[in-house]
Design a protein around this ligand. Structure first.
Ligand code: GLN
Length: 281
């Protein structure tokens, strides 16, 4: 019988031989997932035996990774802002870049002050659920057109004990929402249609196109959101939108056109423009 530690190293070496960029990390995550353990449990039990049927499962999971499936898709979950988020075919895999949006809101909100938040195109619920977990006095509405995304968002809200403060609504952008919100947050689809085909296979084959396709100029979601935002937010309410690295000027213009001021652009860890924040005047 093989030991957990040997199996982990075997998987790591297989992934490395095939030229995958992060073989060590991927092997830990995949073997842990296949054995039904957390990564820390895995490392604690490196000298335990693996039952043959479990070993076969680890090899099957490794084969999926070698075929190009991202780890988050294989595991059906991904970490975001230090929390686990379940994924499904209707949800974008949450990216570390989007954590910049969370920081942008938290830096401008006080945890003791109750806020009402609308998250447009919530997907896995990563943004809304994280904000509610970090702001225990606040409540939110999370909107998505995809029914299955709302299923994932509900599971994630329940996992992180915020479901009692989150309303999930199936709708196109802000069409179904009332008004008086303090914050509107969104990571909308923003990839220009002409660029979609050039995205990496990891993204194209596994992330839902609905969560990526920003129309001809990549800005169609911003136009819809900003039109709704002026009605949805209270005066002085704020908006925080994730943007593509080259969209700051265009999104700023759209926001100004809809009476937003005090516009700030925030960069991600790679130094790219990533989030726009504005206030309804
Ligand atoms: N950041 C994502 C990507 O690079 C795009 C997400 C989006 O369109 N909202 O694939």
């Amino acid at each position: 019988m093989i030991l957990i530690g040997q199996l982990r190293r075997l998987v790591r070496d297989r992934l490395r031989e095939e030229g995958l960029p992060t073989p060590d990390l991927d092997a830990r995550l995949l073997v842990a997932h296949a054995l039904g353990m957390s990564v820390s449990e895995l490392l604690l039990h490196e000298d335990d035996d693996v039952a043959p049927e479990k070993e076969a499962h680890v090899h099957a999971v490794c084969a999926l990774r070698l075929k190009g499936m991202p780890v988050g898709r294989i595991a059906g979950e991904r970490e975001f802002y230090g929390r686990r988020f379940f994924l499904n075919a209707a949800t974008l895999e949450p990216r570390p870049d989007t954590e910049v949006l969370i920081d942008a809101v938290l830096a401008r909100a006080s945890a003791d002050h109750p806020l009402t938040i609308a998250d447009i195109g919530t997907g896995s619920g990563a943004i809304a659920v994280t904000l509610l977990a970090e702001l225990p006095q606040s409540c939110a509405v999370a909107v998505d057109v995809a029914e299955d995304a709302l299923v994932a968002a509900r599971n994630n809200a329940s996992l992180h004990s915020v479901l009692d403060r989150l309303l999930l609504v199936r709708a196109d952008y802000a069409s179904a929402l009332g008004n008086g919100y303090d914050w509107l947050v969104s990571n909308p689809p923003y990839i220009r249609q002409s660029v979609l085909a050039t995205l990496s296979k990891d993204v194209l084959d596994h992330d839902p196109i609905l969560a990526l396709d920003g129309g001809k100029d990549g800005l169609s979601a911003y136009r819809s959101i900003c039109t709704g935002a002026a009605r949805l937010l209270k005066r002085g309410g704020r908006i925080a939108l994730e943007i593509g690295f080259d969209q700051a000027d265009d999104v700023k213009k759209t926001l100004r056109h809809h009476d937003f001021g005090a516009i700030e652009i925030i960069r991600d860890l790679s130094g790219n423009d990533r989030v726009v924040v504005g206030r309804l005047e």
